[in-house]
Each structure stands twice: as structure tokens, then as C-alpha cells.
Design a protein around this ligand. Structure first.
Ligand SMILES: [Zn+2]
Length: 407
């Protein structure tokens, strides 16, 4: 088994992953696949293939109840805006160069410096990056015994089918992806009996995680799922354990010098006993830490930490990490977009790509011929490449509208 694996799922059906795994009536649902849902879906395959007796075997316990990590599966717009970010309070203008400012990197503006805009900035609440592709599904409300309640039809938001979602599995948990020796290729995701959430699965053991961010000797760690930490007395802590970090990063000493966090409560479901777990205080997804290291950790250690995550309950998807840089405003692209206006045949290809970007599934190969073609000069080649770097559907759509103006 490799130390980590990148898991990519494509939803074949809409998925509802409830935030409270117990109640099956109206409730909030997740806009991504939490690590606990991935783990539950994999455990179900194991129990189906090997019989329920396997859940008391030492191997099953090591894989599903051990030190491994089942990270959440996200697409670009479902990741949280880090709590360290300052964002535009009002809609950014076409002239804005930057959309967010990162206090974890000492950016402390109070207003957007572009005069035309001058929007005050506000602190991120950890909301998703962008619009979440979703569909409304009509559901039948169930009692806590799982019996349909008469006349209790209601509509609930489900994550849209067609989406690609990705995340990391680390350590002993990697074995979970191989219920019969070969990698699992489909799963039923989600916590609703009335929606199946069928998905195809790709397991990539060659993929290399990005390293966590390093600025000089300081790391910036950002949580893409809630984090569960305790202090030396076992009480909930808002910050990770420096000893865990120094051990995992292989540096002699680390100190958490700044943090942007928010408390929330997390329940859970203990599969083996069939009982709910006590509610715990955890820090919210998007929580961010600036960590001083006695010496800069190696790139290998930073990549390993990215796939592993930090803190407790990593097997339930807690403590997963991601990288995030403030996105550029559309003004960074208007020069390129203006050049492309003269080529409506390219603009229509960019238009066709919009829906794919929304599903985090863009096929950029449709530009291969144009990028090789001598029909277009170097300036156009660069403009195509610049617009292809945009992964945020809302900014992409603004650029598209700019290209489609005044042709
Ligand atoms: Zn602005």
C-alpha cells in the first residue's frame, strides 16, 4: 500500500449528505462529500463483500478506526474561504486587481485600494469559494424510526450529478480503497435512503500532494474540514498541538504565532455501537494558522502533511488541509479578454467550457489545436492560456461576458 491516494469521484446521481447523520427529516446538507461519508461508504462495501463479522477483525479496526485519514472530497467552489481572508463587502468591479486579502500573509487592508471600487473589506466566515452546483429534490420526511410521515413531502438541496470531487486518503485508511484487493470503482455516497448518490471512483496512488504553504520559515496551515484538537489536559483547543506538528514536519520546534478560527459543534456516529457520539467543540472549516518553525521543513514533509492532515478524528474527515491564494480580479484578465474579442470562434469555445467549470470538469483539450495553430499569434496563445487558468466559475463568467461585449 502507498502512504496516500488521491480519490476522485464523479457523481452519477445527485447526492445529499446530511449534517446530522441521525435525523432523517429536514436538515442542512453538505455541499461536498465529508470524510465521514467517504469512510462510511467504503466500510459498507467491506461489510457487503466480507460479511458483517469482519467489523471486529483487527484489520478492519486498523483501517476504519485507526490512525489513517479519510479526507473530505471537494470541488473548486465548495472549499471554504479561509477565515484569515478579508473579502469584498460589495460586488468587486471590473477594475479590481485582487478579490481577497490574506491576514495570514500580513495583508491588512481595510478597503479595496482600487478607487472606482473602494469597497470595505469584511472577514471571511468560512463560506464556500463560489456557487455550489445543486439541484432540488423532493423528499419524503421520515420519522426517527425511518417510517414515511404522511403528506410530509419537502424539497431539499442535493449536490448536482456530473460533478467531480477530489480528496486525499492517508495511512492505514488507504487499504479501505481495496475491499477485494483491487481498487474500488464505484460507491454509494450520502446519508439518505431515498437518494442513492451513486458515484464512480478513481484511485490514484501516483498523485503527489501539493506541499502546505511555506513563507520564509513560517507555514500557513488552512483547514478544509473542521479540526478536532485538545490541549495537554484533554480539553478542546482552538489550535493544533505543536508537538504533533514538529514530529510530523520533522523540525525541532514549532510555535503557532497567529490563528484565525471559529468554534462550532460536531456530533458523529459511532458505527460499531450504533450510538451517536457526544457533541464536541471543534474549530470550523476555513480555520487558518501561521506556524513558526525552528528551521524550514522539507518539501517532502510538507507534502506528507497535506495528505495526512492534523489533529484528532482524522479518520472521520477532521483536520484536512488545503492551499489557498487570494484570487485575481477580472482586471488581471481584461487585457487578454480584449485580445480574444476579435476571435468569436474562440469565444464560443470558451462559452462551451462554462458549464464544465461549474462542475469542476473542464476539458481544455478543445484549445489544443488553437494553441498549436499559426493562424493565431503569440498574444492570442498567451490570452488563451491565461483564461484557461481561471477555475472559479463566477470570475470565468465575468471574463466571458467581457469577451462577448462590443464584438
Ligand atoms: Zn474592489
Amino acid at each position: 500500500m502507498t502512504e496516500h491516494a488521491l480519490v476522485t469521484v464523479r457523481l452519477k446521481e445527485p447526492m445529499v449528505a446530511g449534517k446530522n447523520p441521525r435525523a432523517d427529516s429536514r436538515q442542512d446538507s453538505h455541499d461536498h462529500v465529508p470524510g465521514s461519508v467517504l469512510r462510511g461508504a467504503l466500510a459498507a462495501v467491506w461489510l457487503r463483500e466480507h460479511g458483517t463479522a469482519i467489523n471486529t477483525s483487527p484489520e478492519f479496526e486498523r483501517i476504519f478506526e485507526g490512525e489513517g485519514s479519510f479526507g473530505p472530497l471537494h470541488y473548486a467552489s465548495s472549499k471554504p474561504v479561509p477565515l484569515s481572508m478579508l473579502t469584498h463587502k460589495y460586488e468587486p468591479t471590473f477594475s479590481c486587481k485582487q478579490l481577497w486579502w490574506d491576514r495570514a500573509r500580513d495583508e491588512k487592508e481595510s478597503h479595496c485600494p482600487v478607487q472606482k471600487c473602494a469597497s470595505p473589506l469584511e472577514e471571511s466566515k468560512g463560506q464556500p469559494y463560489g456557487k455550489v452546483p445543486s439541484v432540488d429534490r423532493t423528499m419524503v420526511a421520515l420519522s426517527t424510526d425511518g417510517v414515511a410521515l404522511d403528506g410530509s413531502l419537502y424539497s431539499q438541496r442535493a449536490v448536482q450529478d456530473g460533478l467531480l470531487l477530489r480528496g486525499w486518503v492517508h495511512g492505514d485508511a488507504v487499504r479501505a480503497l481495496y475491499p477485494e484487493g483491487t481498487a474500488v470503482d464505484s460507491l454509494l455516497l450520502g446519508s439518505r435512503r431515498s437518494l442513492r448518490g451513486e458515484a464512480t471512483v478513481e484511485v490514484d496512488t501516483e498523485a503527489i500532494p501539493e506541499p502546505v504553504e511555506l513563507y520564509g520559515d513560517d507555514l500557513v496551515l488552512r483547514l478544509t474540514s473542521p479540526g478536532a484538537f485538545v490541549d495537554e489536559f484533554g480539553m478542546p483547543s482552538a489550535t493544533p498541538d505543536p508537538e504533533e506538528l514538529s514530529e510530523q514536519l520533522d523540525v525541532s520546534e514549532v510555535e503557532i504565532i497567529d490563528s484565525w478560527t471559529r468554534w462550532e459543534e460536531a456530533g458523529g456516529w459511532h458505527a460499531a455501537s450504533g450510538l451517536p457520539k457526544p457533541v464536541e467543540r471543534v474549530v470550523a472549516a476555513g480555520s487558518t494558522y501561521r506556524v513558526k518553525c525552528a528551521e524550514p521543513p522539507t518539501e517532502t514533509a510538507r507534502r506528507r502533511l497535506m495528505a495526512r492532515g492534523i489533529g484528532l478524528r482524522r479518520r472521520e474527515g477532521f483536520g484536512a488541509l488545503y492551499r489557498c491564494e487570494p484570487p485575481w480580479g477580472i482586471s488581471a484578465f481584461t487585457g487578454h479578454a480584449a485580445a480574444l474579442r476579435a476571435h468569436p470562434e474562440l469565444v464560443s469555445r470558451f462559452r462551451a467550457r462554462l458549464e464544465e467549470i461549474r462542475l469542476d470538469n473542464a476539458d481544455d483539450s478543445r484549445f489544443d489545436d488553437a494553441l498549436r495553430s499559426t493562424e493565431y499569434d503569440e498574444r492570442i496563445h498567451q490570452a488563451i492560456q491565461a483564461v484557461l487558468t481561471v477555475k472559479d466559475a463566477e470570475i470565468y463568467e465575468q471574463i466571458l461576458r467581457y469577451m462577448e461585449q462590443n464584438r
